[in-house]
Ligand binder design. Structure first.
Ligand code: SF4
Ligand code: SF4
Length: 95
């Protein structure tokens, strides 16, 4: 499934989307994120899988537009650090 972390406000939709079927809990995206908004947690989407999964920290879910802003490349052709770090391609952004 796709887990959406973020919010919609008057200026747009700000979501980090995680494909929970692709995330293998490797953790590579966590240190790649200079804003430190990602963390590994028990996989609540598939508890029997006994694997960790990455989530956006609770405290950051309502402000990711601002947390991610310094990290967003000026050119859309350049990939985000978290996206580049994720070899299975589990992370996408809505903006
Ligand atoms: S875009 Fe940058 S700041 Fe936002 S989650 Fe990805 S690596 Fe972290
Ligand atoms: S790098 Fe990708 S597969 Fe690894 S924990 Fe992060 S989202 Fe999951």
């Amino acid at each position: 499934m796709i887990a959406n972390f973020g919010y919609t406000d008057g200026s747009g939709e700000y979501y980090i989307m995680l494909d929970t079927d692709k995330c293998n809990g490797c953790g590579a995206c966590v240190p790649a994120c200079r804003a430190h908004i990602l963390e590994l947690r028990d996989n609540e989407y598939a508890p029997l899988a006994a694997t960790k999964i990455v989530v956006v920290k609770d405290a950051n879910r309502k402000r990711i537009k601002y947390d991610c802003a310094p990290c967003k490349p000026a050119s859309a052709a350049r990939a985000l650090r978290c996206v580049t770090a994720c070899k299975p391609g589990a992370i996408a952004h809505s903006w």
